[in-house]
Design a protein around this ligand. Sequence first.
Ligand code: ADP
Length: 450
Amino acid sequence: LEKEYDLVIVGSGATGLVSALQAKRLGLKVAVIEKMASLGGNTMRASSGMNAAETEVQLANGVIDDFTAFYQETLQGGGKLNDKELLEYFVTHAPLAIEWLAKQGIVLSDLTISGGMSQKRMHRPQSLAPIGAYLIKGLLARCVAEAIPLFTNTKLVAIKKAAEKITGITVAGTDGKEVEVGVKALLLATGGFGANANLIAQYQPQLANYKTTNHAGASGDGLLLAQKLGAQLVDMNFIQVHPTVQQDFDHTYLIGEAVRGEGAILVNKNGERFVNELATRKRVTAAITALNENGAYLIFNQTVRQRVKAIEFYDKVGLVVTGASLAELATKLALPKENLSQTLSNWNQAVATRTDCQFGRKTGLVTLNQAPYYAIHIAPGIHYTMGGLHINAKTQVLDEDGQVISGLYAAGEVAGGLHGNNRIGGNSIAETVVFGLQAGKQAAKYILGK
Ligand code: ADP
């Protein structure tokens, strides 16, 4: 690390890398620091896609969508508690973010649908590979091409403010040795706090013993350090539990919403459906929890498998139970055969008539009438922290009085407000790109005095 930078970006998830590219393009001297040994943050675990409405990709696929629907459905999903200023900026800039990525060689040209949306709004790579690793790989290649310095094993431990603005930071290496670095602006792209058991217990005591899908770096450092400077935290008790997490082994695996979006159903120990599988995460989670059966089973077939590449991976690590026939699957899962068979015929009837009388599911209607059949055992797990630093649509961090803390920016999961009390799948990746671009731009505007 050098002694001084225009902008230091803390965190190497999608938010950090996107903002670094933007800031570099606008002429800033930037550096990205990352406390973990590897780059990419929790973004690396993102599996589903990136939401945007009114995109070229949608038009090319005959999908007629609009900003109003995207805005309203995100608001609906978030319990109408979303920060409206952030949401407006988010919705109207998402198509530009998709285009910006395409210009970087990161092409999201396949569309799928997921929980809480009425249109195919979730963009993902044509290869159908999980989006996170694809995105980080593409962004890192661009950062290397732009000679943006990236420092791993380098942790932000303190932020300095003098004369009412940010002037520097203290970073520590793995040996604990501290170094001071002068900055004109600082961007916190440090992600959420889903892996910080103490913070989770403090804000949501009933989730204290839940497992998390997050990487260990999701410990909330950024928001705690900014809070010491007087930054305001919002929505900290809004913690998203993802309904479908495989957690029967040491490592937890998030089973992407696309599995349901592309056609999987959920059944209980009685082999019966119990919820609209594509209701919001909050509702599906509540329904699984209410079963009181230590989770539930995702049931799907080859059609779903072909549409969701991640299933190959789930299978490779041993999460998928296969039945050469439905009866065999039922036996392996210890579910009543007759019930399961009845459930599937009811479901196929619902698909044929496009009417799910039982639970009102309207999307991901795929016939399940051909062996082999597959299942994954899932239960809810801590997935995403909606709350965080209070920012405005310029990504400036605000203090307890709503005043801007000069030179301090935050974007991505570390920031709170956009998602209200429940994030729609596919909105977090979109948030990293939309607000990563904005943070890089706003920091440049501030530093260059434009
Ligand atoms: P986002 O999706 O908002 O980009 P991610 O979770 O993908 O967030 O990335 C955040 C990154 O920030 C993670 O790689 C995490 O290890 C890193 N990070 C968190 N706290 C610190 C810190 N104190 N110093 C440096 N890096 C940090």
